[in-house]
Design a protein around this ligand. Structure first.
Ligand SMILES: Cc1cc2nc3c(=O)[nH]c(=O)nc-3n(C[C@H](O)[C@H](O)[C@H](O)COP(=O)(O)OP(=O)(O)OC[C@H]3O[C@@H](n4cnc5c(N)ncnc54)[C@H](O)[C@@H]3O)c2cc1C
Length: 306
């Protein structure tokens, strides 16, 4: 199908993201992410928000503030006005975690239809770690020396062997030089022999609100390293695409944390004890320069220091 490439488009575009289009960023040993397409800019977000407030779009200098306000108060729908489509190559076990995010549209390579390539993930030595003693879902000390070598040999050997049997069952004459003993097994059955460190690929299209939800969970230090490295690359894409949204997302989501009712009670008391402290006043004024945001923050502690 012919695409229009030389016609002037009237679509809004994000200058920071344009250089990313169709550029592949390598992740893990054989994986990648690639931005295929996107829709929307920061202007689209503020326009949508102002439409819902029935206010004009004239206050340009207020746009970054409005974005921060929307993020701070979890007004999510204006962020749904932007979308992005990635092409991702990832190990099957990473895909299993990723696909738990139900609010995206996905098209995955079909191993019923095509033969999977002989590409499997082998962790780098610094990622080969023992089971964590404190976190059942985490890693502890890095394996060293002969132990690391043995694990790498097992991973490599098992993946090679499984792929060899996969090919034998597929019985694709172009893929081997030995005399086949078996009739061709269907691709949809032969694939079940492959371990979850083999790579798959998909197109993943998501709106900005759900992208940020994905990133908040998967770029976090609690996420498994192998999915986190994808999320970290996608954070860079977000920064290039929508810099004010990115900063607000870092400030109110990634670097923020929830405080329980009990924790808030303690914090309130601590802050009230320091209420007349000049150093605290200066710290608050300097750290949260925006007056409205500072008032909202202080109100949580029953304070009005201005
Ligand atoms: C560190 C970590 C450890 C995990 N460990 C496990 C584990 O041990 N076992 C396991 O099974 N999973 C585990 N998960 C997966 C986790 O439980 C979620 O399935 C995954 O993070 C997707 O989150 P989500 O449902 O919020 O996201 P999405 O599916 O992307 O949904 C986004 C948001 O849309 C809304 N939404 C979507 N679908 C519905 C619905 N049907 N009803 C109402 N609201 C909906 C919710 O607000 C949701 O937060 C883990 C995730 C992380 C990050």
């Amino acid at each position: 199908m012919k695409e229009c490439t030389n016609q002037v488009s009237h679509r809004p575009f994000a200058p920071g993201l344009e250089p990313y289009l169709n550029q592949t960023t390598n992740v893990l040993d054989h994986g990648f992410i690639r931005v295929v397409d996107y829709m929307g800019t920061e202007q689209c977000i503020v326009d949508a928000a102002r439409t819902s407030y029935q206010r004009g779009t004239e206050r340009k200098q207020e746009d970054p503030k409005l974005i921060r306000y929307l993020m701070r108060h979890q007004h999510g729908t204006p962020f749904e006005m932007c979308e992005i489509k990635f092409h991702v190559k990832l190990p099957i076990f990473v895909a299993r975690q990723w696909i738990r995010h139900r609010t995206a549209s996905v098209n995955e390579a079909s191993a019923r239809y095509s033969i999977l390539s002989k590409e499997f993930y082998i962790p780098s030595e610094d990622q080969l770690a023992v089971q964590s003693a404190t976190n059942r879902q985490g890693r502890g000390e890095v394996l060293e020396g002969a132990q690391a070598k043995r694990v790498l040999t097992l991973l490599q050997h098992d993946a090679e062997l499984c792929y060899q049997h996969y090919e034998e069952m597929l019985n694709d004459p172009s893929s081997h030089d030995y005399e086949p003993a078996l009739q061709s097994l269907s691709r949809e059955l032969a694939r079940m022999n492959l371990p979850v460190n083999f790579y798959t690929q998909w197109y993943w299209k998501v709106d900005l609100r759900n992208l940020m939800h994905f990133l908040a969970l998967r770029a976090d230090s609690h996420a498994q390293y192998e999915i986190r490295v994808y999320a970290q690359e996608m954070l860079k894409v977000l920064e290039a695409w929508l810099p004010n949204v990115y900063q607000a997302f870092i400030d109110y989501e990634m670097e923020a944390y929830k405080v329980s009712a009990q924790g808030k009670k303690v914090l309130r008391k601590m802050t009230q004890l320091l209420e007349r402290n000049d150093q605290l006043t200066t710290l608050i004024n300097e750290t949260i320069p925006d007056r409205r945001e500072r008032e909202e923050f202080l109100l949580q502690f029953g304070l009005n220091m201005q």
